[in-house]
Design a protein around this ligand. Structure first.
Ligand SMILES: Nc1ncnc2c1ncn2[C@@H]1O[C@H](COP(=O)(O)OP(=O)(O)OP(=O)(O)O)[C@@H](O)[C@H]1O
Length: 322
């Protein structure tokens, strides 16, 4: 892929092309992933356990060596121009690993230096205050609670004022306060034009924060959509009616509704969009009553993230092998 010159406004924050990773064990964690994230965007990578989210982030940040393809951070090749790329990147990893014997202030100040930034005590103080770590600045990392350690990881990732921030499952296992602070921080960073790529299992998080969502499954980026569009898909519900008498086929008069028969004709299944102005449920029930189709019971089910994944995986498989 041809890259615009580094650090011009046209340069995407992140440009990934054919990025692949096969671990030594033979596990193919990433199959030639392509992805471009614009500057200032908040992009959520959504996917089930083991989908390849962490591998993708780690391959961009130089923690995992890709087996193929390339990644550019603000125009800098993350392999051939690693140092320039890495100093523009902040990473809050999923696992906490930081020097247990160092103090909070020392470890965060050191991180800034590590990425070539000149000392700025006022900046570090503000950062620690924003993350409610200032009172703990002289505490050793090992003396901190899990939540505080996570705050330290965030402070470290932001210490060198990165332009592209990766948050790997930022809210997994954190308390309500930290979750709220985290989102406030993300909003603040966005206002300053920082690009954010985060991974999550929670669709609500993506919905609230992200401009676009990428769904990753089995190492393939199977869909990249504006969050609004994906939420529309998520807004589907199914109504299942247990019929009094089985039907052999869907009557012609009900052709306007998106219906399917299940359970040997004993169940009529209607899939509808909960976000549409009219769901079509009352009119369907009226039409059934006109046709004398009775039902014994009914239930509704909201499509879950799991269903969406399954649907998307099937759709993408069908596109490839029609
Ligand atoms: N160091 C490793 N060696 C071998 N296989 C690995 C290694 N790290 C990850 N994997 C495998 O690669 C695949 C992708 O893992 P990855 O951690 O990237 O997924 P993930 O989407 O981040 O999952 P989670 O949501 O559980 O964090 C999985 O099958 C995992 O077992």
């Amino acid at each position: 892929m041809t890259q615009p010159a580094p650090d011009t406004p046209a340069t995407p924050a992140l440009a990934i092309s054919g990025l692949a990773k096969t671990y030594a064990s033979g596990v193919v964690a990433l199959h030639a992933v392509d992805l471009t994230v614009a500057r200032g965007e908040i992009f959520a990578l959504l996917g089930p356990n083991g989908a390849g989210k962490t591998t993708l982030i780690n391959a961009v940040c130089g923690i995992v060596t890709p087996s193929g393809g390339s990644a550019h951070a603000l125009g800098h090749d993350t392999r051939t121009d690693y140092r320039s790329a890495r100093r523009l990147i902040g990473l809050v990893p999923q696992e906490l690993h930081t020097d247990a014997f160092e103090t909070v202030l020392a470890t965060v100040s050191f991180s800034r230096k590590l990425f070539g930034r000149s000392r700025d005590d006022a900046f570090i103080e503000k950062l620690l205050r924003d993350l409610t770590l200032w009172d703990k600045r002289d505490a050793k990392i090992m003396e901190l609670s899990g939540g505080m350690k996570r705050r330290v990881m965030i402070a470290k990732a932001l210490s060198h004022e990165p332009e592209l921030l990766f948050l790997d499952e930022p809210t997994a296992g954190v308390d309500v306060d930290l979750r709220r602070d985290m989102w406030e921080m993300v909003r603040g960073l966005r206002e300053r034009g920082v690009t954010i790529v985060l991974t999550t299992h929670y669709i609500e998080e993506a919905e609230e924060m992200a401009d676009r969502v990428g769904v990753i499954a089995k190492g393939r980026l199977i869909i990249v959509e504006e969050t609004r569009t994906l939420m529309k898909k998520l807004g589907r519900k199914t109504l299942t009616l247990n019929l009094a008498q089985p039907l052999g086929a869907i009557p012609e008069a009900l052709a306007n509704w998106n219906l399917a028969l299940a359970g040997d004709g004993h169940e009529l299944v209607y899939e509808f969009d909960t976000q549409a102005e009219a769901t079509g449920v009352p009119s369907l029930l009226r039409a059934m009553s006109d046709l004398d189709i009775g039902f014994k019971d009914l239930n509704t089910k909201q499509s879950s993230l799991e269903d969406i994944f399954v649907d998307l995986v099937h759709e993408s498989a069908a596109e490839k092998h029609p």
